[in-house]
Design a protein around this ligand. Structure first.
Ligand code: ATP
Length: 270
């Protein structure tokens, strides 16, 4: 989120952070169709940055490119100072890019505890062998267990640690997905329509959780619910037919005539 600093003239809000993610002329073509068209996206470290736009605008494709699920036709992506354009998804997770929702990460047959613990171990202790686990790794095991318990408390599922994931309610399963993301200790979290299909109560609970546990994280959110986007975002990028139509604060985007005409004006909840 934007930082507030004390200066000689009193408190001022100013940007003190740099971009953690930048795309340069990023383009993805599917034959004749240009799904993402020379997109120059810049996401500031610590910001909650939403990407909105009508159906087919290219939002999911852009996320797929950033998370290595698809390769761009041209252009580049830099994350934390490194060119990640050609890196596969699994390497990007280790670099600190975590994506949640739509791509479901929960292992249904395992317990809530086991799901989070696996994510903690896979990311933080990938080289812990079975031998280490049983004979040499007792202090490591304790660290992994402690981290797992911390995440479970953060997402409010500590009292359901032994519950098999497939028996969770829809809302709790979504919380577990956030837990799996948190367990990887990400530098950048990508959320893809996190409240899609939720009841109003569940939606509020999930938004509270996102605001709580991701308060200090850098987040990219794709969302159709404009009210939610306005509430959560530091910056908003509007995509239209694969191109970036506008970028700004929630106020700037709400008052942008081009955005109103292309998207907000005629927008109904999709
Ligand atoms: P929505 O809000 O409906 O999810 P979106 O903004 O996420 O839409 P994308 O799913 O990125 O948009 O799609 C952008 C364009 O690319 C659309 O015209 C879509 O039909 C097209 N497209 C997406 N994936 C493919 C694919 N694998 N092959 C061909 N065209 C594709």
């Amino acid at each position: 989120m934007a930082t507030t600093e004390q200066t000689d003239d009193g408190p001022t809000t100013r940007e003190t952070r740099s971009a953690i993610l930048e795309t340069d002329d990023l383009t993805k073509r599917y034959g004749e169709l240009v799904a993402v068209d020379h997109a120059n996206l810049s996401v500031t470290d610590g910001h909650f940055h939403s990407i909105i736009g009508p159906n087919g605008a290219g939002k999911t494709t852009l996320l797929d490119l950033i998370t290595g699920r698809r390769k761009p036709t041209s252009g580049s992506i830099h994350f934390d100072g490194e060119d990640i354009t050609t890196l596969p998804s699994d390497e990007l997770v280790h670099k600190g890019i975590a994506r949640s929702f739509q791509i479901t990460s929960v292992l249904s047959g395992l317990s809530v505890y086991e799901n989070v613990r696996l994510a903690v171990q896979a990311i933080n202790y990938p080289s812990l062998s079975l031998f280490d686990s049983y004979f040499r790794g007792s202090s490591r095991q304790q660290e992994i267990n402690d981290q797992t318990n911390t995440v479970l408390e953060q997402i409010g599922l500590d009292d359901q640690a032994d519950q098999v994931a497939q028996n969770l309610s829809y809302g709790d399963r979504r919380k577990l997905e956030i837990g799996i993301v948190l367990a990887t200790d990400p530098k950048l979290v990508l959320l893809d329509e996190p409240t899609a299909g939720m009841s109003v109560d569940m939606k509020h609970e999930t938004i509270d959780l996102i605001e709580d546990v991701l308060a200090d994280a850098t987040v990219i959110l794709i969302e159709h619910d404009v009210e939610l986007v306005m509430q959560l975002s530091d910056r908003i990028t509007v995509l239209h037919q694969g191109s970036i139509l506008a970028e700004g604060t929630p106020d700037e985007i709400s008052n942008n005539k081009q955005v109103q005409n292309a998207y907000l004006g005629g927008h109904t909840d999709e």
